[in-house]
Each structure stands twice: as structure tokens, then as C-alpha cells.
Design a protein around this ligand. Structure first.
Ligand SMILES: *C/C=C(C)/C=C/C=C(C)/C=C/C1=C(C)CCCC1(C)C
Length: 257
């Protein structure tokens, strides 16, 4: 009885955090994390587009892709933020649509960086692309709680994790690493930084997923805050790494002339 009363109080506190007029409340931490991520994505997009002018020609496409990733995310975040503020539920479908577009774009960054040193392999691209799609589709089915996959949530999550581990393996132990070892300092930096992001930065997602399991509202808040932090790390910081490497490489090439 006391427990139930406690729960009621808690849920009314949670409910009072919830916007009643479609406005983001200042006490809604999850909503604020959506807000900050939205701003970060837009600022990053502008930055990458402007900085594109300052890097050597072979890095320009990489900068464009970095801007596309944050630009697409910005567009989804404007919607996801509103979805959270209005309903206090996870914007699951929009989130996965965003990932399905931006993750393959990030995988193509690897291809572009390798292409810049003439070491790109289409096979590697398709391996990374395929594995990232398996990871996302399995994760979506596991998270979606649709009837067709009832009871399969854990195996589906495991498939997603395996696909991600395969990507990590390809990056650290596969053919790509060897090819990069005698490339310019900038290219090596970019490759390594991106491999670290796909290993450490991407780990935030399955951690958020595990914390969101169980589905009561506290967990959903944690899940969304972690996913939002992860998106900023993996889109903005990822693009910054590409930008930094491009700048480093452009300067080095300039001083050789
Ligand atoms: C910009 C968005 C990015 C980089 C999204 C990345 C998403 C992941 C790395 C998701 C990983 C997941 C697993 C490893 C297991 C299954 C659940 C997922 C989909 C959350």
C-alpha cells in the first residue's frame, strides 16, 4: 500500500515534468538533452560545410559526408525532440530511420579515406555496410516490441552485438589496417580515430539499450539521454576527427611544396 502510494507520487512527479502545452519544460532533462543535441547537430553541419573550403581536394568529399551526417541528424532531432516533449516516449522509429541513413554514410567515410590513398576496397565497404545494417535491423526488431518477434528480444540484441563486434574486428585486424600503415599522417590519424569511435563511441548504444530494457519510464529516460550523448559523440566528434585529419594533411602537403 505504502509502496503503491510511493509509486503514485513518483509517477505524478514524473508527470508534472511532462509538458502539458507542447512546450519543453526546464525540468525535463531528457528533453533538454534532445534540445542540446539538436543545436550541436546544426552547428556541426554549418562548421563542416564552411571548413570544407579550407582542406585539400581529396578531403572535400569526406567533409561533405560529415556535414550530411550531422545535417540529417539535425533534421531528425527537431522531430525527435518534439516527439519526446509531447509524449514522453522514445521516438523509436525516427531514431532508427536516422541511424539507417547516417550509419552507412559513416561507413562510407572509411571507404573515402582509403580511396584517398588508393587503397579502397569495395569488398571492405560492403562487409562494413552489411554488418551495420544487420546490427540496426536486429536492434530495431528487438527494441520495437512488435508481436512478430515476441520473446526474441534477447537473441536479436545478441545478433546486433555480434554484427558490431564483426565491424570492430574488420577495422582492427582486417585488411584495412595494413593498407593504412604507410599512408600520410593525416590519413592514419583519421583511420585510427574513426576506428576508436566505432569501438568506444558506438559502445554507448548497446549500453543505453541494456539500461532501457524493462521499459519503465526511468529506464526510457536513461536510454534517450545515452542515445543523445552517443549521437553527439559519434556524429559531431566523428566529423571533427575527419576535419582535424584533413587539416593536418592539408598543412603537411602545403609545407612539402
Ligand atoms: C549516428 C548514429 C549512429 C552512429 C548509430 C549507431 C548505432 C549503434 C552502434 C547501435 C548499436 C546496437 C547494437 C550494437 C546492438 C543492438 C542494439 C543497437 C542497434 C542499439
Amino acid at each position: 500500500m505504502v509502496g503503491a502510494l510511493g509509486l503514485l507520487t513518483l509517477s505524478s512527479v514524473a508527470a508534472s515534468d511532462h509538458a502539458t502545452n507542447g512546450m519543453l519544460k526546464e525540468t525535463d532533462m531528457v528533453g533538454i538533452s534532445f534540445w542540446i543535441a539538436t543545436a550541436m547537430m546544426l552547428a556541426s553541419t554549418v562548421f563542416f560545410i564552411l571548413e570544407r573550403n579550407n582542406v585539400a581536394a581529396k578531403w572535400k568529399t569526406s567533409m561533405t559526408v560529415a556535414a550530411l551526417v550531422t545535417g540529417i541528424a539535425w533534421y531528425h532531432y527537431t522531430y525527435m525532440r518534439e516527439h519526446w516533449v509531447e509524449t514522453e516516449t522514445s521516438p523509436l522509429v525516427m531514431r532508427y530511420i536516422d541511424w539507417l541513413i547516417t550509419v552507412p554514410l559513416q561507413v562510407s567515410e572509411f571507404y573515402l579515406i582509403l580511396a584517398a590513398i588508393g587503397a579502397a576496397s569495395a569488398v571492405l565497404f560492403w562487409k562494413l555496410f552489411g554488418a551495420s545494417i544487420v546490427m540496426l535491423v536486429a536492434g530495431f526488431l528487438s527494441e520495437s516490441s512488435i508481436d512478430a518477434v515476441e520473446g526474441m528480444e534477447t537473441p536479436l540484441f545478441a545478433i546486433g552485438v555480434l554484427a558490431w563486434l564483426y565491424i570492430i574486428y574488420e577495422l582492427w585486424a582486417g585488411e584495412a589496417k595494413e593498407k593504412v600503415s604507410d599512408a600520410s599522417e593525416g590519413t592514419q590519424f583519421a583511420f585510427k580515430a574513426m576506428a576508436i569511435i566505432l569501438t568506444v563511441g558506438w559502445a554507448i548504444y548497446p549500453i543505453g539499450f541494456i539500461m532501457g530494457e524493462g521499459g519503465d519510464s526511468g529506464d526510457i529516460e536513461m536510454l534517450n539521454i545515452l542515445y543523445n550523448i552517443a549521437d553527439v559523440v559519434n556524429k559531431t566528434a566523428f566529423g571533427m576527427m575527419v576535419w582535424y585529419a584533413a587539416t593536418m594533411d592539408t598543412k603537411a602537403a602545403g609545407s612539402e611544396e
